[in-house]
Design a protein around this ligand. Structure first.
Ligand code: HEM
Length: 613
């Protein structure tokens, strides 16, 4: 296989050759054969050859569209309605994605609103946003999402587009593989997420204590009446916890300087910490964390651009530098674990099942392929860090917006654990209201708001509609087509969740009558995905978030937003308040949700906690 950074350039060259070289050469051959070049003259011949490029581009697009339409009709199905924008080939959509807009919330529009507009304008819950000739299916339809993730799982894959975009960053890891290789990854890592292992709450408890000590000291003595960027704190907590769990190495980002209330500026996602990492040890950790975040940002930019990222990065792989830093950090850890395992084997020590304490140890016992181990660690670090941090961030946000829910959750935690009791697996199972708050947060603010798959090359698929699908006909998705689905939008649909779909109502997860909507059709709630590729760390995430919240509720009695500390440019734009056309939630939003693979609050989530007496 070609080196990854060469792969997309080859792809680009192939596309360039197909679209820009073949049509003029073909036309020239025809004109020469017909012996009309002399009569046309050089200028007209040149103009025709040039015009053959867009003509072939759009001509091929239309031919494939008509072929697909015929195929759909023959199967008794329809194609997803196409969106026609204001420019040829919907080029404006591509330009908006290039500038950071699109549906991701990183532009001025509320996250997902651009998509809602497309659904409205095509009168559907699934549409085709054909950009520069490439089909791109968008959906918030429960039937399509169900087919993609579960019932027709075998007809979809992550696909070559995604692999090409992510290869330099995620390499040979579980997120970036399909078919038998993915099965091998899943079989290898799954046992490590067994209940017994992730029920060892000490690692959660230790890091919760560190984070909450920091929160308490900032609350009591920090500037601006003790305001803190909760999102930043949670990202450190989840990173330190995950790094210890995965490779036995506490990155100790909680020990690095926090963003300062009133001084912090807008960072690439949250707020920026002061650049004052003390020693070289902290600096190398900081470099790793920054490279990890930058590679993620580039991956999400590539996702917005689709295959066209190859054009933007034709001469410079924007991930290369970050990946180098990440690998220089992880490689020695992997090297050491593989070496230690080889030594143990030489000494005749055979570890029993469950003896290994970290994923790194566990993998070193199962394979000596250092690249597989490194890439898997990186993939799972990515999977575990921002997702759980997003869950805690938006739970805090909703608690600040709904103090009664915070109080109810606190009363329950006090009743079950008391003011100092250690949360255990059994204890957490009793915290029904807390679980309802977490589920409701995952509904309104799913940490992975958008996700994607592609149909297999050479294999289209027909998806039967659900009672809520528009149009109410079977849908044909042609072969090798990208399908992007939006749990963020589906989770807020009134026809699926009822009139209070946009309200924060934890009781909908407890009250049997309300819960019936979900139990009748569980595919309307997919924060962890569903089907064979469902999140491996779901229980880990619930455990981690619950331990942290119990400890937080034991030490703090209230939380409120601190909008005065949000960095400039991160408070919701005034226009959201008056934009009732896109639903109720954006009009009352007090933070700025946006997405870069995972959900985050732009500029961070600045809050003030009240220490419990
Ligand atoms: C609230 C927290 C979390 C949420 C919302 C979440 C959500 C998801 C989603 C949506 C996927 C599917 C991604 C895709 O389609 O490619 C996924 C996959 C995965 N998650 Fe999570 N996740 C969370 C926490 C975690 C944690 C803590 C871990 C590990 C410690 C983890 C490990 C994984 C792994 C290994 C996969 C890949 C599964 C596969 O492809 O077979 N996740 N997660």
């Amino acid at each position: 296989m070609l080196p990854v950074d060469v792969q997309y350039r080859v792809y680009l060259l192939r596309q360039f050759f197909r679209l820009c070289i073949v049509p003029p050469i073909g036309l020239f051959a025809i004109l020469s054969f017909a012996d009309v070049t002399g009569a046309l003259g050089r200028i007209l011949t040149g103009a025709l050859l040039l015009a053959s490029i867009p003509a072939a581009f759009f001509g091929l697009g239309y031919c494939s569209h008509f072929a697909n339409e015929r195929r759909a009709r023959s199967l008794g199905a329809v194609l997803a309605p196409e969106f026609y924008g204001g420019t040829a080939g919907n080029a404006d959509i591509f330009l908006r994605a290039l500038r950071g807009g699109g549906g991701s919330g990183t532009g001025r529009a509320y996250i997902g609103n651009n998509w809602l507009d497309l659904f409205r304008r095509t009168g559907s819950t699934t549409c085709n946003m054909r950009v520069l000739g490439a089909d791109k299916i968008l959906t918030m339809d429960d039937a399509v999402i169900k087919a993609v993730l579960a019932t027709s799982f075998q007809h979809f894959e992550k696909g070559s587009s995604l692999r090409m975009r992510m290869e330099s960053f995620l390499g040979n890891g579980i997120f970036n593989r399909d078919g038998d290789v993915w099965k091998m990854h899943r079989a290898m890592t799954r046992p490590f997420f067994a209940k017994e292992r992730i029920s060892d709450f000490n690692v959660f408890d230790e890091h919760s204590k560190k984070a909450l000590d920091l929160l308490e000291s900032t609350t009591r003595t920090g500037p601006r009446k003790g305001a803190i960027d909760a999102q930043d704190l949670y990202a450190r907590f989840t990173l330190d916890t995950a790094s210890e769990f995965l490779f036995g190495h506490d990155l100790n980002t909680l020990a690095m300087p926090l963003p300062i209330a009133g001084e912090a500026k807008l960072g690439p996602q949250g707020s920026s910490p002061p650049d004052t990492a003390a020693d070289s040890h902290s600096r190398s950790f900081l470099a790793f964390v920054q490279a990890f975040e930058s590679a993620q940002l580039n991956a999400s930019r590539r996702a917005r651009l689709g295959d066209l990222f190859t054009l933007v990065e034709a001469f410079h792989d924007e991930s290369a530098e970050h990946v180098k830093v990440i690998r220089s950090f992880l490689d020695p850890l992997v090297e050491r674990a593989v070496g230690q395992n080889a030594e143990r084997k030489r000494a005749g020590i055979v570890p029993g099942p469950g003896d290994e304490t970290t994923l790194l140890d566990y993998m070193a016992q199962n394979t000596s392929d250092k690249r597989v181990i490194r890439d898997e660690l990186l993939n799972i670090l990515l999977a575990s860090r921002d997702t759980t941090a997003a869950l805690l961030t938006f739970t805090t946000y909703l608690c600040a917006m709904h103090p009664e829910a915070f109080q109810k959750m606190r009363d329950e935690a006090m009743q079950v654990c008391g003011p100092t009791g250690q949360p255990s697996y059994e204890v957490i199972r009793q915290l029904k209201y807390m679980r309802a708050v977490l589920n409701e947060t995952l509904r309104l603010y799913p940490p992975v708001p958008f996700n994607g798959r592609a149909t297999l090359p050479g294999q289209g698929i027909v998806i039967p509609p659900s009672p809520h699908s528009v149009p109410q006909q079977p849908l044909y998705i042609p072969p090798d087509t990208n399908v992007t689905f939006a749990p963020f939008l589906m989770h807020r649909r009134k026809d699926l969740w009822g009139d209070d779909a946009e309200s924060f109502v934890p009781e909908r997860w407890i009250d049997p009558e309300r819960l019936a909507r979900f139990t009748a059709n569980p595919m309307i709630w997919v924060p962890f995905n569903a089907g064979p590729r469902i999140c491996l760390g779901q229980q880990f995430a619930y455990n981690e978030a619950s331990v942290f919240l119990v400890r937080l509720l034991q030490r703090f009695s209230a939380v409120e937003l601190a909008p005065d500390c949000q960095p400039k440019g991160s408070t919701p734009p005034e226009i959201w308040k008056h934009d009732t056309a896109h639903g109720y939630l954006p009009t009352v939003e007090q933070c700025w949700p946006a997405s870069a693979l995972t959900l985050f609050a732009k500029g961070g989530l600045w809050v003030r906690f009240t220490p419990a007496e």
